[in-house]
Design a protein around this ligand. Structure first.
Ligand code: F6R
Length: 242
């Protein structure tokens, strides 16, 4: 657990972990797992800055998104594929064809989930998975009650998560009820995991993740069994006074 002053410092710490993966020569492409939402945005801004100002290169790397909404039209500004393109990959030298996301536009979403699992199995493991955490302890879109053994699949958002994410949509009613998400078992296969949480709204979920019982009621508690997982927290999320 690393506690830092503010979200920008957290972003720098996450960017350090990414740079570490890019620098290592493992004989296979550096493979990043990307979360969406607001928590990783300072990290993504920092990576874009390091690419622009310091020549940090993503050439030869590949990336896998954690999750995607189901049923948004291709190119919808809030589809996670679009968000990652806009916030991150468009500003880097990563090959766009090496950035993968579950396909939320397919007629058969269960088949899309199975295809994504197959792709991950063929290209994995993910070297570094970046995660956020929901106020209810979800990771990816694995809401409370998700089996720890489950893999990429169709899932339904809780009303709490829909309310939390409505801020990203011009018309909150457009926010889908269903998503494709990597399962806890898929996420746990990453070699290294960095979960970033900032702001008071994450305090309870972080506390439950760190010191509550390991339970599917708080999906992030699955991470306690991961051999190399770091929580990067600002003081507010860690429950410290500023
Ligand atoms: C996003 C994701 C979610 C978010 C979580 C926190 O790809 O998988 O688990 O990480 O909902 O969202 P923010 O960071 O917006 O508070």
């Amino acid at each position: 657990i690393v506690v830092l002053d503010d979200p920008r410092a957290c972003g720098r710490a996450v960017a350090d972990a990414v740079a570490d993966v890019l620098a290592r020569d493992t004989g296979r492409p550096p493979t990043l797992g990307l979360a969406t939402g607001s928590s990783p945005l300072p990290a993504y801004a920092e990576l874009v800055r390091r690419h622009r100002d310091e020549g940090l290169s993503f050439a030869g790397a590949r990336a896998f998104l954690l999750d995607e909404y189901l049923g948004l039209p291709a190119g919808h500004p809030q589809s996670y594929r679009e968000v990652i393109r806009r916030e991150l990959t468009d500003h880097l030298d990563i090959d766009p064809a090496a950035v993968h996301a579950p396909d939320g536009t397919r007629a058969d979403p269960a088949e899309a989930a199975a295809d994504y699992e197959r792709l991950l199995a063929a290209c994995g493991p993910v070297d570094l998975q970046i995660l956020g955490i929901g106020g209810n302890g979800h990771i990816g879109f694995n809401e409370p009650g998700s089996a720890f053994g489950s893999r990429t699949r169709v899932a339904t958002l809780t009303e709490r998560t829909r309310a939390d994410n409505a801020r990203f949509f011009d018309r909150p009613a457009d926010l889908p009820h269903r998503v494709l998400t990597q399962g806890p078992a898929t996420i746990m296969e990453a070699r290294r995991i960095v979960l970033v949480a900032t702001g008071e709204g994450k305090r309870a979920a972080v506390a439950a993740t760190v010191s509550g019982p390991v339970t599917t009621d708080v999906p992030a508690t699955v991470l306690r069994d991961h051999p190399h997982c770091t929580l990067v927290l600002d003081r507010a999320a860690a429950g410290e006074r500023a």
